[in-house]
Design a protein around this ligand. Structure first.
Ligand SMILES: Cc1cc2nc3c(=O)[nH]c(=O)nc-3n(C[C@H](O)[C@H](O)[C@H](O)COP(=O)(O)OP(=O)(O)OC[C@H]3O[C@@H](n4cnc5c(N)ncnc54)[C@H](O)[C@@H]3O)c2cc1C
Ligand SMILES: Cc1cc2nc3c(=O)[nH]c(=O)nc-3n(C[C@H](O)[C@H](O)[C@H](O)COP(=O)(O)O)c2cc1C
Length: 815
């Protein structure tokens, strides 16, 4: 085959040498516009796992890189005068120049032709090539030329960064945060050879402009950074080697994703994108070079599997695209989280979190490194952090001594101390809100069961809620309970509009208090435009209007939830709004009489109060419509009246849809304002759900996908939050609570599948220090032993034969 690689960066050079090694008959040329051994940049990092992969494909290159690279384990944080370290992170750093020189020399040795100082205009410059590799970097001309086929999506990010170097040597990957009068800057620093360290300085665009750095040339920018990080640099200068850059040396990161990775051009040559030309990963995760090298490996692997040969190129390229697209998206998602963390840290974390928690938050920024993963990396550090966290005793709202908390003492077994460390993991730390102490941070999320007759909860609810109250969660939330018959979603919804319902609830609450140490909370709501529908299990009619006995719907405006399908509600007049507010208050009193420990107002998911808040569903032209403040007016009036009727020592939360996921709807920034307004009205926590306001919604689902809303609201509005949505394991809860992204985690569907979710999940991660119902105690140690055996068996088979010397966390990507 005749192969041309346009661009002699890591992708082009490594692919060239691997293919030549695979079949020396291939005619391979790498075309590079720079001079030989002339490149820009300082050090790059990648993980031990990438090295292992490279060793399997070309031992000689890997050995040379290994001799040249710097390996280090620690991450150090310099923040507010403190220096903190954690270990076990496993990075490899090498000068970009050194890396390219090794690859260039190996190419020459194997017979790959290197043509330097040749700028290729396009793939069409090589009409007789069978295969053109577009490894021409982030501003790929080849990608631009065929943009209609490759369909690149390029997002320019708001932060500014400058890539500098220094002779000062660091023995850890160092992050340094400095506050200025205009905002925070951070430096990412790592040594990459015996003389030099990379020193990347980053800040938000607004901070950058406020300091006049948009008007500064490279030398002025360097002088600014030297002053800012003077303590850290200890007199050593910073240097730029970006000679090719004109004007400001400060860049914006561009995230590149392409839908299609290959094509056949007008000369019949196959053209394929590789490396930064097809995908970029932010330096916060240090994976750009790793991805470029792994692209080269994967394409070579596919040619090897296909048995070489120009006739199979299309098939090989399709297989390469399928395999690499998924893997790179995975890395890009993690890189995106890490990048966003650095973009918002100045506004959201630096001033809000204590240094210990700031460090934890930074280490888990990509959300790929979890609590248990940190334990594998550095057990001593994590246990120190767990100890620090456990000693903090958060108190939300004033603890009133007027009335005793509603929860009764627990008939549970005493917790044992069978965890190795004996320290409670973050999810098991208690949480006090007003006079209620929750035993841990897990909540059973409210979940409609549609199983009442005339709104009265019966045996079904006693069993359903009772089982979940025995399952280890600290708080069991009852499903949305309606304030009047016409406030129901379905005829099966529970209610609190009469005393019979109150007494039926009291029986359940009493049972929970008598037999468990869980608290139990009531969620009050009004279905509004989404009322009078069938239960979800009604086949084709599910969640559609009832076939008969419908009740008239009301809402903020006369807008059907699903036009043409849902009934059209009537816009409420003021007198009706007062009547509904009073219904909420009456139900609040009944909830207090029934003994509930907690009250939540449902302002989410397109129901009545949510329909007032969202501009998609509120088109009113009175004082309850228009601006966000106006749209919040009615939900706040309802909340304020309820708060006055609800005992002062008991907590209240508000569930909101923090994102409508529709253009023109509520955004996470609005959600911060909504949270501030409810906080001012006396809410203790915001329960951060999203969506279900419009059938047009386009949510981005994924593990813990709503947690960023809880995080943002908690830090920016300064109110405690409940995170909810797609938690799969105790490890997720521990990570979120420990990082301060939320105060409580509500778990929904997993609790439908398993009432004892909390107890089982804790047993899985080997935490024995949790009380089980004393009647179930005999099952506890048996379960724990079983999980411990499974874990030991998995560990003994997990280590690949080639990497037995590395701990598991180091076989994964570095950050
Ligand atoms: C500040 C910063 C820090 C980074 N840190 C890391 C890190 O720690 N770890 C990491 O893995 N990655 C890091 N990267 C990313 C890394 O540099 C790239 O992801 C990686 O080099 C991609 O390799 P590539 O071969 O695809 O592209 P490049 O390395 O960009 O190579 C492309 C080559 O093509 C040449 N070229 C372009 N157009 C033409 C043309 N028309 N004709 C001929 N030649 C052409 C260019 O001169 C260049 O040599 C960082 C990037 C930045 C900006
Ligand atoms: C069957 C079912 C019923 C639900 N009913 C309610 C409800 O009554 N009130 C409410 O606020 N959320 C309700 N939700 C949403 C859940 O409380 C939770 O936010 C959602 O399921 C996401 O969490 P998960 O991924 O842990 O399931 C319901 C969810 C399910 C699956």
């Amino acid at each position: 085959m005749k192969i041309v690689c346009i661009g002699g960066g890591p992708a082009g050079l490594y692919f060239g040498l691997l293919m030549k090694k695979l079949d020396p008959a291939h005619e391979i040329v790498v075309v590079e516009r720079n001079k030989p051994y002339d490149t820009f940049g300082w050090g790059v990092v990648f993980s031990d796992a990438t090295m292992e992969n490279m060793r399997a494909w070309d031992r000689k290159t890997a050995d040379e890189i290994e001799q040249a690279f710097n390996h280090w384990d620690d991450i150090e944080l310099r923040f507010k005068g403190r220096r903190m370290r954690s270990g076990g992170h496993g990075f490899v750093g090498i000068g970009r120049k050194r890396l390219l020189n090794i690859l260039q020399a190996r190419c020459e040795e194997l017979g790959v032709r290197l043509e330097f100082e040749r700028e290729a205009d396009s793939d069409a410059d090589f009409p007789d090539a069978d295969l053109v590799i577009a490894s021409d970097g982030i501003n790929s001309k080849v990608r631009t030329r065929h943009a209609e086929v490759f369909r690149p999506d390029i997002v320019v990010r708001p932060n500014r960064y400058i890539w500098l170097g220094t002779d000062r040597l660091y023995d850890a990957f160092t992050f340094d945060f400095q506050r200025t009068e205009h905002g925070w800057f951070q430096a990412h620093v790592y040594k990459f050879d015996e003389r030099t360290s990379t020193f990347i300085v980053e800040c938000p665009e607004t901070v950058w402009r406020a300091h006049g750095l948009d008007r500064a040339d490279a030398q002025q920018s360097i002088a600014f950074c030297e002053r800012l990080f003077a303590d850290n640099l200890q007199g050593q200068p910073l240097r730029s080697n970006a000679r090719h850059l004109r004007g400001s040396a400060w860049l914006n990161f561009q995230r590149v994703v392409c839908e299609q990775w290959w094509l056949r051009n007008e000369h019949g040559s196959h053209v394929v994108l590789m490396g930064d030309a097809v995908h970029t990963a932010h330096f916060a995760i240090g994976s750009g070079t790793k991805l470029a090298l792994e692209d080269a490996i994967e394409l070579t692997r596919r040619f090897e599997q296909a048995g070489g040969g120009a006739e199979r190129i299309a098939q090989v390229l399709a297989a390469y695209q399928d395999a690499r697209r998924i893997e790179t998206l995975r890395i890009q998602n993690a890189a995106w989280n890490a990048m966003e963390w650095f973009e918002v840290c100045g506004a959201r974390y630096c001033d809000q979190l204590e240094p210990e928690q700031f460090m934890y938050s930074m280490l888990t920024r990509s959300q790929r490194i979890s609590h248990e993963n940190l334990r594998l990396r550095d057990r001593a550090w994590l246990e120190g952090y767990e100890r620090w966290f456990a000693q903090r005793q958060p108190q939300v709202g004033e603890a009133s001594s007027a009335t005793a908390p509603a929860t009764a003492p627990a008939p549970t077994s005493a917790p044992d101390s069978s965890t190795a460390s004996g320290i409670a993991p973050p999810m098991l730390t208690p949480f006090r809100v007003r006079s209620l102490e929750l035993k841990n941070r897990v909540v059973v999320s409210p979940m409609a069961q549609y199983s009442c007759v005339d709104g009265v909860p019966g045996e079904y609810h006693l069993v359903h809620l009772g089982a979940r109250a025995m399952g280890g969660a600290a708080l069991v939330m009852v499903e949305m309970t309606c304030t009047s018959p016409d406030a129901r979603i379905t005829p099966g919804c529970p209610g609190l509009w009469n005393d019979e319902q109150r007494d039926a609830w009291k029986r359940i609450v009493d049972w929970v208090h008598e037999h468990t140490d869980a608290a139990i909370g009531m969620q009050l709501g009004h279905a509004g435009p989404k009322g009078s529908t069938n239960e979800p299990w009604a086949g084709d009619g599910a969640e559609r209007p009832l076939p008969a006995h419908n009740w008239p719907l009301v809402s903020a405006s006369a807008l059907a939830y699903e036009p043409g399908v849902s009934a059209v509600p009537r816009a409420l007049n003021h007198a009706e709004m007062l009547r509904i507010r009073d219904d909420f208050v009456a139900a609040t009193r009944r909830a207090a009489e029934a003994g509930f420990d907690w009250l939540e107002l449902h302002c989410a998911h397109g129901y009545l109060l949510s329909a007032f808040i969202s501009p998609l569903t509120n088109h009113r032209d009175d004082e309850y419509g228009g601006s966000l403040a106006n749209r919040l007016r009615y939900p706040l009036e309802v909340f304020t009246a309820m708060r006055a009727a609800w005992p002062a020592e008991r907590p209240m939360s508000v569930r909101i849809s923090a994102h409508d996921w529709v253009e023109g709807g509520i955004t996470p920034a609005d959600a911060v304002e909504i949270a501030r307004a409810f906080k001012a009205a006396g809410a203790d926590l915001i329960d951060c759900s999203s969506g279900q306001v419009s059938p047009q919604q386009r949510p981005t689902y994924g593990r813990m996908y709503q947690t960023p809303f809880a995080d943002r609201i908690r830090q920016e509005a300064g109110i405690a939050t409940i995170a909810v949505g797609a938690f799969g394991a105790a490890d997720h809860v521990n990570s979120i609570i420990a990082a301060g992204r939320a105060d409580l985690c509500a778990i929904g569907r997993p609790h439908l599948a398993n009432p004892a979710w909390t107890l089982i999940e804790l047993a899985k991660i080997g935490v024995g220090a949790v009380a089980w119902p004393r009647t179930y105690e005999r099952a506890k140690s048996q379960l724990e032993t079983g999980f411990a055996r499974e874990k030991a068996a998995a560990a003994s088979t997990a280590a690949p034969a080639s990497m037995p010397h590395l701990p598991p966390q180091r076989r994964e990507a570095a950050t």
